[in-house]
Design a protein around this ligand. Sequence first.
Ligand SMILES: [Zn+2]
Length: 99
Amino acid sequence: MPRRNRRDPEYFHEPEPVDPSRTTPDAPAWASAAGFEVRTVGGQKPYRCPGCDHEVRASLVHLVVVPVGDADARRHWHTECWRKELRRLGLYHPPHSAM
Ligand SMILES: [Zn+2]
């Protein structure tokens, strides 16, 4: 079994294995931010990620981010792109278990 290295770019691109029947609508704790409602979804059709301007593939489990009180402004984000966006906004709080 090859060891994973955090610097290995593939580490960030490998989709997490998800059994659709066990998918929970709750986003990971780090993904929540004040003013946003964040949910994990499995895609049914492709979307455009506002973080990287690339396609969120239909089969990919990703995040839906809805500004509170503005449901029309919901956006589909790659999980890692939302993480970067939160960092950019200064809202990212890494889980204690990481590291
Ligand atoms: Zn993206």
